[in-house]
Design a protein around this ligand. Structure first.
Ligand SMILES: O=P(O)(O)O[C@H]1O[C@H](CO)[C@@H](O)[C@H]1O
Ligand SMILES: [Mn+2]
Ligand SMILES: [Mn+2]
Length: 402
């Protein structure tokens, strides 16, 4: 019997990689910065005993060449390592596809101009095809700041708020009731079609609600429209032989619904963890429960909320024993991330960082997996574990585990 569970702590980097200079991210360290600021601002260390038992502190120390300000465990129970990214970008699809064995080796299209970011002909065609009177935004922005700035005008004018970032994204914020959720989703689908020509990785619908800039808030109805991964991922290979892939949260959207047999939505860290544990209880043989914990990135990393990020990590750590107890003797549990988003770094963008690779299975001896040269080592290990054909990228660490 072989079952696997992957939990992606979205944006939980553990130190900048050797190629971070290309991104202006030398010295970024999501985990290290949170740990340091926590001590400074709260007067105590982060409490993460269960993550430490899985080897997080050891992996983070090796990745950054410096220990984070968090107590380590004397008795690790997991295998721990840290991986660098082969993909050209530091975005969510690249990180997820690479961990499933398919790095993004081409360059995405980007809208690099900070204002007037989108080509006029794109916007003209988008408005013509969808019947909206025009767009607001047309700039780089933080998705919560732009609601404060343009939310009222959006409601008055009926124009959707379109914005981007350093990622290959076209994001659309619109009010769920005034503009309408269905109208927003169809607007995004047309945008998706037009943006294929621009090589843009994702169109993201960002519905929000509220009645004034003080209380405009994004809802759980976010939808991501991704291009297809450039090659079959380990998810495709597993489902092709009759295996199951159960997506929890935004995983299915990130893989453009390829290689997914069941798609379960949940909103918020607690609900995502609850759903994961519920699914683990009935997980069949040859299956993968795959969860993305987006709150770390969306609510804390991009928002530069360092204490919020730390508290969310402590909450996750407090739920970790339940997840570990839900592992049967044939469940391989993997904890990882898709990129960094150091909340103390200038700007509100992702940061190019090592990700943690923590593996646990009941009875497994604790092992140092060392530095992994690609996130694809996770996908290759899963291919090995499920006895699938090998992936084109990545080195399996299965023999170090079993
Ligand atoms: O500021 P918000 O809307 O959260 O945007 C963030 O979310 C996008 C997808 O992760 C990133 O490209 C980043 O810009
Ligand atoms: Mn991400
Ligand atoms: Mn992000």
């Amino acid at each position: 019997m072989a079952k696997a569970v992957i939990l992606v702590l979205d944006s939980f980097g553990i130190g900048s990689t050797p190629d971070a200079e290309r991104f202006g991210d030398v010295g970024a360290n999501t985990f290290g910065s949170i740990a340091r600021e926590f001590v400074k601002q709260k007067g105590r260390q982060l409490v993460l005993p269960n993550l430490a038992r899985l080897g997080l502190v050891k992996a983070a120390t090796a990745a950054a060449g410096k220990a984070p300000a968090v107590a380590d465990s004397a008795e690790p129970i997991g295998a721990y390592g840290y991986a660098r990214e082969l993909s050209s970008g530091k975005d969510t699809p690249s990180g997820h596809w690479e961990m499933a064995g398919v790095p993004v080796l081409f360059d995405w299209g980007y809208f690099e101009q900070k204002t007037d970011s989108f080509p006029a002909e794109l916007i003209t065609e988008l408005c013509q095809r969808t019947g909206v009177p025009g767009i607001l935004g047309n700039c780089h922005a933080s998705g919560t700041d732009i609601l404060v700035k343009l939310g009222d005008e959006h409601i008055k004018s009926g124009m959707p708020i379109c914005y981007t970032s350093a990622d290959s994204v076209f994001q659309v914020a619109a009010h769920e009731q005034h503009f309408g959720l269905e109208k927003l989703l169809s607007f995004c689908q047309v945008a998706r079609e037009l943006l294929d020509d621009y090589n843009i990785g994702r169109v993201i619908a960002r519905p929000f609600q509220g009645d004034s800039p003080d209380n405009y808030a994004r809802t759980g109805n976010r939808r991501d429209y991704s291009v297809l991964p450039p090659a079959p991922t380990v998810l495709d290979k597993l489902t092709a032989v009759g295996g199951k892939v159960i997506s929890i949260g935004k995983i299915a959207d990130i893989y453009a619904h390829q290689g997914i047999t069941e798609n379960i939505k949940a909103t918020g860290l607690a609900a995502l963890i609850d759903t994961t544990i519920t699914q683990m209880a009935t997980q069949p043989d040859r299956s993968l429960v795959f969860t993305n914990l987006v709150d770390f990135d969306q609510n804390y990393g991009h928002r530069r909320d360092v204490i919020g990020y730390g508290e969310a990590l402590e909450y996750f750590d407090s739920r970790l024993p339940e997840i570990i107890n839900a592992c049967s003797s044939d469940t391989l549990l993997l904890l990882t991330a898709d990129h960094g988003c150091d909340p103390t770094w200038p700007g509100t963008e992702h940061t190019r960082e090592y990700i943690p690779v923590l593996a646990y299975q009941p009875g497994l001896a604790s092992t140092d997996l060392g530095e992994r040269m690609s996130f694809a080592d996770i996908g290759q290990t899963l291919a090995d574990y499920f006895k699938l054909d090998a992936m084109a990228h990545g080195e399996s660490f299965i023999t170090k585990l079993h």
